[in-house]
Design a protein around this ligand. Structure first.
Ligand SMILES: *[C@@H]1O[C@H](CO)[C@@H](O)[C@H](O)[C@H]1NC(C)=O
Ligand SMILES: *[C@@H]1O[C@H](CO)[C@@H](O)[C@H](O)[C@H]1NC(C)=O
Ligand SMILES: *[C@@H]1O[C@H](CO)[C@@H](O)[C@H](O)[C@H]1NC(C)=O
Ligand SMILES: *[C@@H]1O[C@H](CO)[C@@H](O)[C@H](O)[C@H]1NC(C)=O
Ligand SMILES: *[C@@H]1O[C@H](CO)[C@@H](O)[C@H](O)[C@H]1NC(C)=O
Ligand SMILES: *[C@@H]1O[C@H](CO)[C@@H](O)[C@H](O)[C@H]1NC(C)=O
Ligand SMILES: *[C@@H]1O[C@H](CO)[C@@H](O)[C@H](O)[C@H]1NC(C)=O
Ligand SMILES: CC(=O)N[C@H]1CO[C@H](CO)[C@@H](O)[C@@H]1O
Length: 435
């Protein structure tokens, strides 16, 4: 999430959870894994169109486990998904967590993870809160064991799991030149990234029955010190990562982020030449993303993000036509410019849940119109009412413990809805838009 304002077969029926508040989830979701793609659509094992209707549950920050466990049990957090009428989760993770597994790092226990992040005094207190709310754990429980408890509970409650590789080094994403943004940047080691993706998707496939898909990398963006920032470099590394994941978890859908914080990806559906950069090692190089070249041809999904950071009073006609050009050609086979069709997922959207913002700009209502018109999946940002800790380079103070998340669907203590009127006018209408 970029923030520039502050600088199965076996589970078929259980997929059909319904939110009392929003009547019922589309019947199209009451179906099985694995998912695959057909033209512009994601389809389930029965050939029915499937739409992700998710919120993000971050697990990529400093402690490297999903947020909120000091406030609530895993079971109660997961229960919010069906209550909201959501059928899936975008669960974000850091490659650093997997690097630590490979290096057998002794800091992977809950005790060390929490205390290293929050300090002895607050860490001991927060660890105590986590263990009180989640008594199945103890201080020696590892991060991966916590993830397994989360993955299994999501599966038990029928929530489809989309993993998202949000960062390499575990902290708030995303900022310019924060080290996590582009291949070869300070923390973004390409080989460790591919190794981590393969490890975690294989692990999810083997252990979490509703695991369905993975975002290869969140919000790719330019960097001053990195490999060349161009579509050729994107092509080389993203297709190689897709190969690695497909080998590890052949059923998983593969989500591809665009550039500039994943705000555009039109060169892919338009079939453009993906060029290198003159004066760099990719000078004169070019490639084309031809889906039929890949063994994972029927697993490709494009993702795009949209926040309310500019032109906030555009009417919906203008909003939709500007945004369409950023990649929605992928879901419009009737557009003569479209070379290849792919499903699109709006894998992040959201805004402050304060009861009035939804009506202060045209964003919330135009987003609903966009989804209605193009029938694309979406993943809201985000569930959390608060964070264990948030580190953001170039903010004063750089780290804040227990920070409130005013954009979260849940309140600070993760035990109630933050803003019912906001949900009535955004999240629930986004669900209705796919009925
Ligand atoms: C484990 O954490 C401690 C305390 O932060 C640190 O000094 C140490 O270097 C870490 N060990 C490894 C192997 O990363
Ligand atoms: C945690 O591990 C340490 C070292 O192996 C052991 O002494 C201790 O009893 C364990 N504590 C719990 C709660 O499992
Ligand atoms: C790559 O270069 C070709 C030739 O200049 C150009 O037509 C194409 O639009 C470029 N691709 C992208 C994605 O900009
Ligand atoms: C939307 O805004 C554009 C640009 O300002 C304007 O030309 C158009 O008439 C508006 N459309 C509607 C339906 O208001
Ligand atoms: C909600 O947030 C917006 C944007 O920051 C602000 O303009 C508005 O006054 C806020 N509403 C309330 C009730 O605080
Ligand atoms: C806010 O709500 C009013 C009353 O329903 C409506 O007329 C107006 O268009 C809304 N404004 C925005 C930006 O959605
Ligand atoms: C420790 O927690 C207290 C109480 O929540 C808080 O006021 C304090 O700022 C925290 N310490 C640090 C270093 O963040
Ligand atoms: C590397 C590779 O296999 N490229 C092929 C991709 O598909 C196009 C169109 O079918 C072929 O021309 C390429 O040779």
């Amino acid at each position: 999430m970029y923030c520039n304002i502050f600088a199965l077969g076996f589970l078929l029926s259980s997929f059909a959870f319904a939110a009392p508040s929003s009547s019922s989830i589309s019947k199209r979701t009451a179906s099985g894994l694995p998912l695959s793609t057909k033209g512009r659509d994601i389809i389930d094992a029965n050939g029915e169109v499937f739409h992700f209707m998710s919120t993000n549950w971050p697990g990529h920050q400093e402690i490297m486990i999903p947020e909120g466990l000091q406030h609530s049990s895993i079971k109660d957090i997961v229960a919010w998904f069906p209550k909201f009428g959501l059928n899936s989760v975008r669960l974000t993770f850091a490659i650093e967590m997997i690097d630590d597994i490979y290096s057998n790092n002794p800091n992977q226990t809950l005790e060390k993870s929490v205390i290293n992040a929050l300090g002895q005094t607050n860490g001991t207190r927060v660890l105590g809160q986590i263990l009180k709310k989640n008594p199945q754990f103890n201080k020696n429980t590892t991060r991966l064991q916590v993830w397994d408890a989360v993955g299994r509970e999501l599966s038990k409650q029928g929530v489809i799991i989309h993993l998202d590789n949000h960062v390499s080094k575990a902290f708030w994403c995303c900022g310019d030149d924060d080290g996590n943004g582009w291949f070869g940047e300070k923390y973004f080691d390409v080989e460790k990234w591919k190794r981590g993706l393969a490890f975690f998707t294989k692990h999810a496939k083997n252990n979490w029955p509703t695991f369905s898909s993975v975002g290869l990398r969140n919000e790719l963006r330019g960097a001053k010190v990195s490999e060349p920032v161009d579509w050729y470099t994107w092509y080389v590394h993203m297709t190689s990562a897709a190969d690695a994941v497909h080998k590890a978890a052949p059923d998983a859908l593969l989500f591809f982020s665009g550039l500039s914080y994943d705000t555009y990806i039109d060169p892919i559906p338009l079939g453009k030449a993906l060029n290198g950069t003159s004066g760099t090692p990719t000078a004169g190089k070019t490639a084309r993303f031809v889906p039929s070249n890949f063994s994972w041809e029927n697993k490709i999904v494009l993702e795009i993000h949209k926040y309310d950071f500019e032109a906030t009073q555009d009417n919906c006609t203008t909003f939709k036509s500007k945004w369409y050009q950023k990649g929605f050609q992928a879901v419009n086979p009737n557009d003569p410019a479209t070379q290849y069709t792919f499903p699109m997922v709006i894998s992040e959207w959201g805004f402050i849940q304060n009861g009035t913002y939804w009506n202060q700009t045209t964003y919330a209502s135009c987003l609903i119109e966009m989804v209605k018109e193009y029938q694309v999946s979406w993943q809201h940002w985000e569930l959390s009412g608060s964070f264990y800790l948030q580190t953001r380079p170039n903010r004063t103070p750089e780290t804040i413990q227990g920070l409130e998340e005013a954009w979260g669907l849940l309140n600070y203590n993760w035990n109630g809805i933050r803003s019912p009127i906001t949900l009535d006018n955004s999240l629930y209408k986004m669900i209705d838009a796919l009925k």
